[in-house]
Design a protein. Sequence first.
Length: 257
Amino acid sequence: MKILRFKQKDGTPLYGIKDKDKIIPIKGLPYVEHIEFLNEQTIPYASSILIAPCVPTKIIALAINFPGATGHTKDMSEPLVFLKASNCIASCNDKVRIAFSSETWGESELGVVIKKKAKNIKPINVKDYILGYIPVNDVSCENVDDRDHHLARSKSADGYLPIGPWIDTDYDYNNKVIEAYHNDSLIRQGMINDMFWKPEKILPWLSSWMTLYPGDIISTGAPVRTRDRLYLKDGDIFTVKIEGLPELSTFFYEKKI
């Protein structure tokens, strides 16, 4: 299934299932074993206004999770993680403001959406706790004078995590390519299979010390750069391309539109 959220005519959000060129509204939240449809009415996908497909209590992101990443050593026995605040969520349709004068860039990542409350997950049961997968853009800015040691400012400005457009519950990331494009330039590329910490290892470890809740997102890290880093400027478009998932393109601007 492809789970999404959209605005109704009165502006209130509603979950739905994308079925080819239409949306089928569902009752309540999608974090249940058996989804119920709201009614027989469908909505044309082309005319719908999509919003972020989930509302996480938190976003947990991984760094240095691909071969060749700066800072990786053979002695790393656990993943390097950090938090992003929920205010940084942006939809596939949102324009994102570059919040600071600091150098800012995007990163293409595969997001894992949690299906149900999770604590001390056993590796054999990991799939039971995953609702699905989404494209994620982990927007970051330069650490100012090394004072932002917990990365709150660098990682959690409004809109600094575009996601979507939908959650794919049937996605298989094996042997899939992940790329990032800054305007038309390919800047990151890798194979998802090459991650050091795949979801099957990340979820048991995280849930051993942190309770995960429905809708929480785990952003699994970006592949290495294919060229020197490019920084986002006014009018730039950053695109996350993950084989088998929809593209996620985000327009960035430097001042209020």
